[in-house]
Design a protein around this ligand. Structure first.
Ligand code: DHK
Length: 168
């Protein structure tokens, strides 16, 4: 069965393609999601994408994902630096979490980092634009593969020949 990966996008990311294109690029969220789903297929992952401008909605989706997905990619957008609630929800999940930002937040205003989400994330990808989502899926696919037990390859040990009883 394909492992499921949830790709979550926070506030204002529904406006990608027209919003501050010098920073976030011209790729729309629909294009990013389609590319993520295509890339997921090549990695053997079932990618489910969701976006919300509401903190509570994002928290509810993370709660539902708990135990049901093999990994989470999250671009928390503005909630990264404000939402303890999203951090707490992520901390309840055992699966690998990758935090993602289209822009390199470390080259931008200091208030954009650090983020709360980083405390729950296995790693952070930022500054690679829309390509970052594909990199995040690569990372999640590797982490899932590493965590799953390798298939049995060794042959059963050969049976010891039965000992001849004395006098036989
Ligand atoms: C997107 C946002 O909306 C900002 O609030 C973050 C992030 C950066 C991004 O680069 O994807 O600070």
């Amino acid at each position: 069965m394909k492992a499921k990966v949830l790709v979550l996008n926070g506030p204002n990311l529904n406006m990608l393609g027209t919003r501050q294109t010098d920073i976030y690029g011209r790729t729309t969220l629909a294009e990013i999601e389609a590319a993520a789903q295509r890339h997921g297929k090549t990695l053997g992952l079932a990618v489910e994408c969701r976006q919300s401008n509401d903190e509570g909605q994002l928290v509810s989706w993370i709660q539902k994902a708990r135990g049901a997905v093999g990994g989470i990619v999250i671009n928390p957008a503005g909630y990264g630096t404000t939402s303890v609630a999203i951090l707490d929800a992520l901390l309840t999940c055992d699966c690998p979490i990758v935090e993602l930002h289209l822009s390199n937040i470390f080259r931008r205003d200091a208030f954009r980092h650090p983020t709360y989400v980083s405390r729950a994330a296995r790693g952070v990808i930022c500054g690679f634009g829309a390509r970052g989502y594909l990199l995040a899926l690569d990372a999640i696919a590797d982490l899932i593969a590493e965590a799953s037990p390798a298939p049995e390859t060794s042959k059963k040990p050969a049976k010891k020949p039965a000992r001849k009883s004395k006098g036989a």
